[in-house]
Design a protein around this ligand. Structure first.
Ligand code: ATP
Length: 247
């Protein structure tokens, strides 16, 4: 029987360098086809949570020291990162990494799985350009000359080329003008709805994130201190005071 949650993280602890306890028993759930936000300030443990899910902790001398993570019903806690990618877990790390010397078109092609045939490659690129018309306009210029917002769109486009089942985005709004944040977030929402793609969004910009997710978790000092619907979180006075103030 298929699980209702595509992702289920239960009481996860993460240690860096065997001493630094970065998250201390975090439990989060992402429903199939759902869209969930992880909110919290700098250093709260949001990126670490995503790395525990994608398996990127190892590269930073981190490890899950307790708890269990399931993806679509299978335990993935200790699987190699590459295997998780093949299962459909895609992690767009903070800082919009793209190949600056390649064009957006080449960037998208480079992100496609080896096994993807020419025809599928073409349809997939077309689908991404439909979601991001700005990228289509600039598909043959060097990616290094794109604006920050366009590079973030390209980073998301590259993620979509892997045909993920869970898309995890770390701070996609970082350093972007508010109108661009709104544009990118509405595209993410559209993709979530139309493709039924499950999304886990890490954001310091709680105001923007709570506009598009169904529910959110607030992380402080490596612990989930609040979990509620987006509507309830927006109405919460602590959230308003500490996380919505600056926008
Ligand atoms: P940010 O938005 O700054 O990335 P965050 O909420 O994502 O914040 P994390 O990056 O997950 O927070 O960091 C959580 C804690 O783990 C912090 O105290 C941080 O200093 C520590 N930490 C993160 N990465 C490492 C690492 N590679 N080695 C040791 N400690 C780390």
């Amino acid at each position: 029987k298929a699980a209702a949650n595509i992702l289920s993280m239960n009481s996860i602890e993460v240690l860096y360098d065997n001493v630094m306890l970065a998250i201390k028993g975090v439990s989060i759930q992402v429903p199939k086809g759902g869209m969930v936000a992880l909110l919290g300030s700098n250093g709260a443990g949001k990126s670490t949570t995503l790395k525990a899910i994608s398996g990127l902790l190892k590269a930073e001398r981190g490890r899950v020291s307790r708890g269990e993570i399931s993806f679509d019903g299978s335990v993935i806690t200790d699987l190699p990162a590459q295997q998780r990618v093949e299962m459909g877990i895609c992690h767009v790390i903070e800082g919009r990494r793209v190949f600056e010397h390649l064009t957006p078109d080449e960037n998208l092609e480079a992100a496609a799985p080896m096994a993807m045939n020419r025809a599928t490659l073409k349809t997939e690129k077309q689908r991404i350009y439909e979601y991001f018309p700005r990228l289509a306009e600039r598909k043959n210029s060097q990616a290094g000359y794109l604006s920050g917002g366009e590079q973030q769109m390209l980073a998301i486009g590259r993620a979509l080329m892997t045909q993920p089942r869970l898309l995890m985005l770390d701070e996609p709004s970082l350093g972007l003008a508010p109108f661009l944040v709104a544009e990118i977030f509405s595209i993410i929402k559209k993709i979530n709805k139309e493709q039924r793609l499950s999304v886990l969004l890490v954001e310091q910009n709680a105001l923007a994130a709570l506009e598009i997710v169904s529910d959110g978790y607030l992380i402080e000092n490596g612990r989930v201190v609040m979990h509620d619907t987006a509507q309830a979180l927006k109405a919460n006075s602590d959230i308003q005071e500490f996380y919505l103030g600056g926008g």
